[in-house]
Ligand binder design. Structure first.
Ligand code: THU
Length: 140
C-alpha cells in the first residue's frame, strides 16, 4: 500500500525530467503497479511536434515494456512555464492517455490523482474520466 502523497511526490520527481522546450509545460507522472513498483514518466517533446509523448504514456510504456501490466493508480502533476513545484493547476490526462489507461486498467478501480501539491489533489476513477470506453472486450 503506497500512500497518495508518496505517489504524488514521485510525480513531482518525474516532472523534473520533463523535456518540453516547445510548450514549456512540464508534466510528471508516477504509476503504481500492482507489484508495488512505481514507474515514473515525463512528457518528451520533439521539434516535429507530433512525436511528442505525454508523461502518462511514458510511464505506462516503461512499465509494460518491463512486463508489468496491472496497475493501482497514477499521480499526475503539470504546470505551465517555469513555475516551481506545487504552483501548477490540476493537469487532466489527454484523451489518448485515457485510452491507454483503459487498455490496462480496471475502469472502476484504477485511481487517477490530479495534484497541485502532495496534499492538494483530486482523485477520479478511470470510468469518471473515460465513460463508455472502447476496450478489448468490445472486440470479442
Ligand atoms: N501533456 C502531458 O504530458 N500530459 C497531459 O496530461 C497533458 C499534456 C504534455 C504534452 C505536451 O508536451 C505538453 O504537455 C503540452 O501539451
Amino acid at each position: 500500500m503506497v500512500e497518495d502523497k508518496v505517489l504524488i511526490a514521485k510525480a513531482f520527481e518525474a516532472q523534473e525530467k520533463s523535456y518540453s522546450p516547445y510548450s514549456k509545460f512540464k508534466v510528471g507522472a508516477a504509476l503504481l503497479g500492482k507489484n508495488g513498483k512505481i514507474y515514473l514518466g515525463c512528457n518528451i517533446e520533439n521539434a516535429a511536434y507530433t512525436p511528442t509523448n505525454c508523461a502518462e504514456r511514458t510511464a505506462f510504456f516503461k512499465a509494460v515494456s518491463e512486463g508489468q501490466m496491472a496497475f493501482e493508480a497514477i499521480a499526475i502533476v503539470g504546470s505551465p512555464g517555469e513555475t516551481e513545484k506545487g504552483e501548477g493547476d490540476y493537469c487532466a490526462p489527454c484523451g489518448v492517455c485515457r485510452q491507454v489507461m483503459a487498455e490496462f486498467c480496471d475502469t472502476k478501480n484504477f485511481r487517477i490523482l490530479l495534484a497541485k501539491s502532495e496534499t492538494d489533489y483530486k482523485a477520479f476513477s478511470l470510468e469518471e474520466l473515460l465513460p463508455l470506453s472502447f476496450t478489448k472486450d468490445d472486440l470479442r
